[in-house]
Write a protein of this length. Structure first.
Length: 84
């Protein structure tokens, strides 16, 4: 719940963590693939199917965000301590 309470600051930390040199390459790739899949017209389940078409996009994007957040935890803590 603390992530949501400090949402603007946490979004800024995620942005900084993405461009940090110590961020693992896999975390950056996961974030980019999740964003690409969410914006891409190609889907596992076509968007023309009501509800289910959008649910796969949401599930992939949320999973990518959670993996990126997990992979950058130490970096975000370091950035937060340094006041960036």
């Amino acid at each position: 719940m603390s992530f949501i309470n400090n949402l603007p600051r946490n979004i800024q930390l995620l942005w900084l963590a993405f461009f940090d040199k110590q961020t693992p390459l896999w975390a950056k790739i996961v974030a980019m693939l999740g964003l690409f899949y969410g914006l891409s017209p190609l889907d596992f389940i076509p968007d023309a199917l009501p509800i289910f078409g959008q649910m796969d996009d949401i599930a992939v994007i949320i999973s990518a965000i959670l993996l990126f957040v997990r992979g950058t935890k130490a970096i975000r803590e370091r950035l937060n301590r340094n006041g960036n």
